[in-house]
Ligand binder design. Structure first.
Ligand SMILES: Nc1ncnc2c1ncn2[C@@H]1O[C@H](COP(=O)(O)OP(=O)(O)OP(=O)(O)O)[C@@H](O)[C@H]1O
Ligand SMILES: [Mg+2]
Length: 338
């Protein structure tokens, strides 16, 4: 399959269907859901969000992630200082803000890749502070990285298998029972291939990850995250450097995951993408959360406009009148499906 074919992939279709298999993985189900009306959870999550007041720190009706007083300083500079944030279960929440606002730092702290000077946070009611990235992922919260972490000298499939949870080959007391790890490896390979098929990367499975295009690496990053069947996925700029057609496909995947019931928190600078797929938007500037609310109203908020204009004079906040009519038509078609 050419890179071009990959980039033209419509969300929710894949060779898995051609093989006549019933949807077996979370991605299959998610992709199937993208074609259907949203799941009850997703519709409910959105309905509940529409009812609440768009003020910083507002309680969510069904919060899956709650963070309090999370502070990270580098030398004298405060990169992150979040008083209170709740993330609604089953919804797509976008975390936006100018460069250097502290979005990645906040992600790193929540997911165990960095340690704050202070703060508490819990996921599904369980405290995650002090837990390693691996423990956080095991709890059901996985993240992708702004700079993709795929290992170039491993194949695409090997990259996927590395992300598989609980490889018994790594456990000493099971490693001498070859049938144990062989069965595990076969199941993991099957799962990896299903997910890759969904992302139009199945043909790339034997290729070195280093040979993938930037956009395909972003897809691989998302595919890897799904190997652990997460409850919540956190994406750090999943669309950066990705061509516009592939962006459409990625947006479709993100919506499909939400429609399946997964919670999505994503950092993004593309305001059109944010405006069209988010159920809720959280805005950071200089380490603090300065606004939160539904996309349309947040992007009109003066604090948000000021935060962006302070650093990004050329950023439009998703004003559709500035959008190419063809792209707008596509985005509207996406929205109608919701
Ligand atoms: N390891 C570090 N050491 C020192 N300073 C850091 C470190 N990591 C981040 N910073 C600083 O913290 C601030 C917040 O950075 P962060 O990467 O979280 O911003 P961001 O909102 O993700 O920006 P972008 O949109 O450009 O990705 C920046 O001023 C950055 O230079
Ligand atoms: Mg960042």
């Amino acid at each position: 399959m050419s890179a071009d074919e990959t980039t033209h992939a419509a969300p929710g279709t894949g060779p898995g269907d051609e093989a006549g298999r019933a949807p077996a993985s979370v991605v299959d189900a998610a992709a199937a859901a993208a074609q259907e009306p949203s799941s009850a959870t997703a519709v409910e999550a959105r309905g509940e969000l529409a009812e609440i007041e768009p003020v910083v720190g507002v309680s969510k009706p069904d919060a899956i992630l709650v963070a309090d007083d999370v502070v990270r300083r580098f030398g004298g500079m405060t990169a992150c200082d979040v008083d209170h944030l709740e993330v609604q279960r089953g919804a797509i929440t976008a975390l936006i803000g100018p460069n250097g606002a502290g979005k990645t730092t906040f992600f790193n702290l929540l997911t165990g890749f960095d340690t704050p000077q202070s703060g508490t946070w819990s996921f599904e009611g369980r405290s995650l502070q002090g837990k390693s990235g691996a423990r956080v992922a095991k709890a059901g919260m996985v993240r992708t990285f702004q700079l993709t972490k795929a290992l170039s000298r491993l194949t695409v499939l090997q990259n996927m298998l590395l992300a598989a949870p609980d490889n018994p080959g790594e456990r000493f007391w099971l490693s001498w029972l070859p049938f144990t790890w062989r069965a595990h490896e076969m199941a993991a390979t099957e799962k990896a291939m299903e997910i890759l098929a969904r992302f139009k990367l199945a043909d790339k499975a034997p290729d070195y990850a280093g040979s993938l295009s930037g956009g395909q690496r972003k897809l691989l990053e998302m595919a890897r995250a799904l190997m652990t069947d997460p409850t919540m996925i956190m994406l750090d700029e999943p669309m950066a450097g990705v061509n516009p057609v592939l962006v459409q496909s990625l947006l479709g995947h993100v919506q499909a995951l939400r429609d399946e019931g997964m919670t999505v928190l994503f950092v993004e600078h593309d305001m059109h993408a944010v405006r069209h797929i988010s159920d809720w938007v959280v805005v950071m500037a200089e380490g603090r959360i300065v606004a939160e609310g539904p996309p349309a109203s947040v992007m009109r908020d003066q604090a948000v406009v000021d935060a962006y204009l302070g650093a990004h004079h050329d950023t439009d906040l998703g004003d559709d009148s500035l959008l190419d009519p063809e792209i707008l038509a596509r985005l509207e078609a996406e929205e109608e499906k919701r």
